[in-house]
Ligand binder design. Sequence first.
Ligand SMILES: NC(=O)C1=CN([C@@H]2O[C@H](COP(=O)(O)OP(=O)(O)OC[C@H]3O[C@@H](n4cnc5c(N)ncnc54)[C@H](O)[C@@H]3O)[C@@H](O)[C@H]2O)[C@@H](O)CC1
Ligand SMILES: [K+]
Length: 493
Amino acid sequence: MHPPIALYRSDAIRAIDRRAIEHDGIDAYALMTRAAAAAFAALQRAWPSARRVCVLCGQGNNGGDGFVLARLARMAGLAVQVLVVDARAASTESARRAREQWQDIGGSTQVFEAGVPLPDCDLLVDAIFGIGLRRAPEGAAHALIEAINAADRHVLALDLPSGLDADSGSAPGAAVRAERTVTFIAHKQGLFTGRARALAGTVELAALGIAAATRDAQPLSAFAVDARHLARWLAPRRRDAHKGDHGHVLAIGGDSGMGGAVRLCAEAALRAGAGLVSVATRDGNVGAMLAARPELMPRAVDEPEVLRALLDRADVVALGPGLGRGDWSRDLFDAALAAALPTVLDADALNLLAVAPRALGTAVLTPHPGEAGRLLDCSAAQVEADRYAAAEALARRHAATVVLKGAGSIVAAPGHTPVVIAAGNPGMAGGGMGDVLTGVIAALLAQGMAPFDAACAGALLHAAAGDAAAREGGERGLLASDLFPHLRRLANP
Ligand SMILES: NC(=O)C1=CN([C@@H]2O[C@H](COP(=O)(O)OP(=O)(O)OC[C@H]3O[C@@H](n4cnc5c(N)ncnc54)[C@H](O)[C@@H]3O)[C@@H](O)[C@H]2O)[C@@H](O)CC1
Ligand SMILES: [K+]
C-alpha cells in the first residue's frame, strides 16, 4: 500500500539540509550539484528536443542551482543563456562558486533589464527564488517573473515556482507559472494547495541522496494523498454484510427552489455506500426525488417534530445543502444539532453556525474559503493567504474536523496532522459539487469511519471521481451528477 506523501515546512527542510551537511558530511556545494543534476535530468526527460535553454538566476542558492544546471546543460551540448536579476555578487558561498564554474567553461551572464524581451529559446529555467523568498518580489525580480509568464515558453521551476511561499501555498505578489517543478530534499507543504496548484505544474521530488534517517529526524507538517491512496480507507466489504451494517444517512435541506442540492447530497451518499438514505425536505421536492431515484426515502418536513422522528432512525446527518436561512431552515438546523448525531455541516448550515456559534458534537465542517472566512471573522482572501493555518484555526475553534475546500482541499482536526488532497480539477468549481462531497463524507461516517478518516477518504474519493469524470468528458461543463458512476467505481478500489 502506498504511504501518504510526507510534507514539510521550509524551516524543517533547512534543518534537514544542515544536518546532511554537518552530520552526514555532505558538502553544501555537492548538494547544490546534485540538485541541479536531478533538475537537468528531469528537463531532458520532459523536453528531450529542447536545444536552447535560458536560465534565470536570483542572488541566493536557488540561483546557484540555476548556474550549475546551466553548466551541465552546456556541457551536454545545449545552447544556454543565463540572465541574473541584478548585477550584485551572489549572496552565498555555494552560489558564488556555481557562477565561477559557469564562467570557467566560458558561460556568459547578462543582467535582466525590464522591458527588454527575454532571449529566444525553447525553455526557461526559473532559478530566481526558492525557499528563501521573504516578501513579495519587487523591482527587477517582479519584472522578470512577469516576463517569464508573458513569454509563452515551457518553464521548469527549480525547487519552487519563484514567488510562491513554500509553507502556505500562496504568493504574496507576482509568481512564476511553471509547467513542471523539481523540488529538492523533501516536499514542501506549500506546493500542494491554493495558488501552488496553478503555479507549480507537475511536481517531482529529488531527495538528493540524503539519508531517510536525516530527513525523518525533522518533523513533517502535513501529508498529501492522491487517488493511489484510496485503498487505505476503502477495504472490500465483508461477504456477510447486510444493509444495517452500512448506516442510515439523513440529508436535511432543499428549501423552495433548492431541492437539487439535497438530492445531489442524498444520491452521493447512496453512491458512496450508505445502507439507507432518508431526506428531510420541502413537500414540493418529494415527488420528483422519488421518481428520479426510488432508492431514496424523502419526507416532507414542515415542522421540527416530523424531523425529530426521522432523526431517531438516522445514524448520521448531512446538514445544509440547499437549506436556506429562513425560519424553516433555522428550525431544522436547531433540531438537527440538538439530536447530537455525527453531522456533516455544509453550505447554509455553516452560514447559520457563523451567525449563531455553538458547541458541536461529532462534526465535520466542509467550508469553501468564503464560508471559512465567515466562521473565522476574516475575508476569503485572508483564508487563502494561508489555507493550512485557516483550516487548523477553524478545527480548533469548533473542536471539529474541517475540510477546507478549494484547489488542494485541506483536512484538519485537533490532534491530527493535516492532510491535503492532491487531486481534483477546476471543472469541479461549480454548483452542486459541494453537496456531493457532503453526501460522500456522511456515507463514510455512516459506514463506521472515524470523522477524520471519513473526511480524508471522502474528500479524496470526491476529487478522484471529479478527475475521472474530467478525463472522460473535459473540465468545462462537468456536472456534479457526472461524478456518481465514478464515485461508485472508485469507492471499490
Ligand atoms: N545546501 C543548500 O542550502 C541547498 C539549497 N538549495 C537551493 O537553495 C534554495 C534556498 O537558497 P537561499 O536560502 O539562498 O534562498 P533563495 O535562493 O531562495 O533566495 C534568497 C535570495 O533572494 C533574496 N530575496 C528574498 N526575497 C526577495 C524578494 N521578495 N525580492 C528580492 N529579493 C529577495 C534574498 O535576499 C536572497 O538573496 C533552495 O530553495 C534550493 O533551491 C539546493 O541547492 C539544495 C541544497
Ligand atoms: K525557483
